[in-house]
Design a protein around this ligand. Structure first.
Ligand SMILES: Cc1cc2nc3c(=O)[nH]c(=O)nc-3n(C[C@H](O)[C@H](O)[C@H](O)COP(=O)(O)O)c2cc1C
Length: 373
């Protein structure tokens, strides 16, 4: 794209690392349009950290672009093994019977951890919304307000206690997902802070431990660590809140979560972090069979309609998280646009429930589901 002085100024505000104008111009020239800046510049900033000091500008740009290309490999929608794409295809391959004899208008309330919510549709655990959407005023708080105003369960991902406090001030009943930080003190501090501020539950996304190359991941500059079952059990025992494990995609892990006393799991591949990750709905029925009687089984990844939510619930999910799909609404109309979209999705879900003979969110029946062969 064309790098004007105005574009360069905006980019300087977004990249948040010390970088010469020459390098920044070189990087920006590789972007297709200005809309991409807020999303891509933070990743470029990460990649720049590995460029040795003193590297000349052209070389630095080339190194960053090489890293960006590698990051994108296997991630394009058409690449074999792309888990987001196969998850979409799996949703679209599920068809539903109608069941209209003795049908009734469904009720949508959901009971979770002793509280009542107006829908089983929830926000997914997002983070860093400000970085990727700099034009949205206090995006993480807007996202929480949407769930608070709707009376839906809210989830939040990586972030500091100060941000979490502002999220809790919205009144959103929030489940806080803490990263598997190497820094154990930070984990305990975040668990205790969540308790003090009255979170609905806490948990950890165990699927953010490794890089694609099998090394320990560094997320936004913070080192992660492998958390053994014993360590996860110690978090479960430490907190009086329900502890949820996010990133479960096998009966193997679900059974281990039950064994350590987790009070919920999220069946998720975290938006396709691993190529060839199985679509969550493909493993959901076996996971529900294994642990569904002892804990809620949540699902996220690719849910963007009431039909998707229905399919997950029919296959045994307790409730579903919606993340990426809500971001454009947040950008366009803030909290109220997100709330409206989630409420629309609930209405769609209710429509499917009415037409398939499901009277409430506890009464889904997997036998309405047919896989397109
Ligand atoms: C911008 C963004 C930030 C995210 N941050 C976190 C996080 O901090 N912790 C977490 O557990 N998941 C995080 N996720 C993953 C989501 O919770 C979710 O698992 C994933 O996006 C798949 O759901 P979706 O397709 O509805 O977005 C993030 C996703 C996005 C798009």
């Amino acid at each position: 794209m064309e790098v004007t002085e105005k574009v360069l100024e905006k980019a300087k505000g977004l990249i948040k690392v010390n970088v010469s104008d020459e390098i920044l111009k070189g990087l920006l020239a590789n972007l297709p349009d200005v809309q991409m800046m807020s999303m891509v510049l933070p990743m470029m900033a990460e990649a720049l950290k590995d460029v040795p000091e003193g590297t000349d500008a052209a070389q630095a740009v080339a190194l960053v672009m090489k890293k960006m290309k590698k990051k994108g490999e296997g991630k394009s929608e058409s690449a074999p093994g792309n888990a987001k794409q196969s998850t979409r295809a799996y949703f679209d391959g599920i068809w539903l019977e109608q069941r209209l004899m003795d049908a009734q208008i469904p009720t949508m309330e959901m009971q979770l951890y002793g509280e009542t919510f107006r829908s089983p549709i929830m926000t997914a655990a997002l983070s860093h919304l400000k970085t990727f959407n700099p034009d949205v005023e206090d995006a993480m708080v807007q996202y929480a307000k949407a769930a608070a105003r709707a009376g839906y369960v809210h989830w939040v991902g990586m972030g500091e206690n100060e941000e979490f406090a502002r999220i809790m001030e919205t009144g959103a009943r929030t489940i806080r997902i803490i990263k598997p930080y190497a820094d154990e003190e930070k984990i305990y501090s975040q668990i205790h802070f969540a308790e003090e501020r009255g979170a609905l539950a806490v948990g950890m996304d165990i699927d953010h431990t490794f890089t694609e190359e099998g090394n320990i991941d560094v997320v936004m500059g913070e080192e992660m660590a492998i958390k053994s079952n014993a360590v996860l059990r110690s978090y479960v025992q430490e907190t009086k809140l329900p502890f949820v494990i996010k990133g479960v995609l096998s009966v193997h892990d679900a059974a281990a979560c039950a064994e350590i006393g987790a009070k919920g799991i999220v069946v998720s591949h975290h938006g396709g972090r691993m190529n060839y990750a199985v679509p969550p709905l493909m493993v959901l029925p076996e996971i529900v069979k294994e642990v569904g009687k002892v804990m809620p089984v949540f699902v996220d990844c690719g849910i963007c309609s009431g039909a998707d939510a229905y399919k997950a619930m029919a296959l045994g999910a307790t409730a579903v998280g919606v993340g990426t799909h809500l971001i454009p609404y947040l950008r366009k109309g803030g909290a109220d646009a997100v709330r409206e979209r989630m409420e629309d999705m609930t209405r769609e879900l209710k429509g499917f429930m009415a037409n398939t003979g499901v009277k409430d969110v506890e009464s889904f029946d997997a036998t309405v589901v047919h896989m397109w062969k």
